[in-house]
Design a protein around this ligand. Structure first.
Ligand code: SF4
Length: 211
């Protein structure tokens, strides 16, 4: 497999065995849908909103917490900019491999473009080096050729804050190198080893089938 998404790279880094079960063996394990419900609703609403649909009925179905998050997003300075794409699949070639993902939205203010990612939970601990940040910026940089700038914005709805990550040639080279190193490591792996410290295995959905 020569196609890599942020989820794949994060999973490999968290546990190579889990990566192998999920993406090579293609074993899917059901997860509690309640864990994702809030995020799914906010993302769906944001997509309808950006596409100009009438969402008044959908808004009335939100509970109080969801309503608060949605109001924060609607009033966010970046979300309010002009939308170019919403729920948009992206892909780009990186050496002999492909990187891909699906953006929440790309908005712009003239020639300044912003990739948006709405978070109802926590934003990454190291957002500048998160695989999602790197892959989305590299893909969007190739797609949007005529621009002044492109940045990535994590919209932290829980804390009502934005984390903006800029992009330039230096960062582009660093991201390409980091992704090349990680994807090469995955492609060269013959034996997928599990975690030595099993303390986090209790949260793993593959625990019952993992040898
Ligand atoms: S149970 Fe632990 S070792 Fe097995 S796949 Fe999950 S995280 Fe990896």
């Amino acid at each position: 497999m020569n196609n890599f998404s942020p989820n794949m790279l994060k999973t490999f880094e968290a546990c190579p065995v889990k990566y192998n079960l999920k993406f090579n063996e293609k074993i899917t394990v059901p997860q509690n849908p309640a864990l994702f419900e809030k995020g799914k609703k906010i993302h769906a609403l944001a997509n309808y909103y950006h596409r100009g649909a009438d969402i008044t009925k959908l808004e009335t179905a939100l509970n109080s917490e969801e309503k608060l998050l949605w109001e924060r997003l609607k009033n966010n300075e970046y979300f309010s900019k002009k939308c170019l794409h919403s729920e948009y699949p992206i892909t780009a070639k990186l050496g002999a491999t492909w990187i891909f993902g699906r953006l929440d939205a790309i908005v712009h203010d003239g020639d300044d473009y912003y990739i948006l990612d709405y978070k109802t939970g926590t934003i990454p601990k190291n957002p500048e080096r998160d695989y999602q940040t790197m892959i989305y910026l590299l893909c969007a940089d190739k797609i949007i050729r005529d621009k002044n700038s492109i940045s990535f914005v994590y919209i932290d709805l829980k804390n009502n804050e934005n984390k903006l990550i800029g992009f330039n040639e230096e960062r582009k080279n660093i991201y390409e190198q980091l992704l090349h190193t990680k994807t090469s490591q995955i492609l060269a792996t013959k034996e997928f080893e599990g975690l030595e410290n099993r303390s986090s295995c209790k949260f793993c959905e593959y625990a019952k089938i993992c040898g």
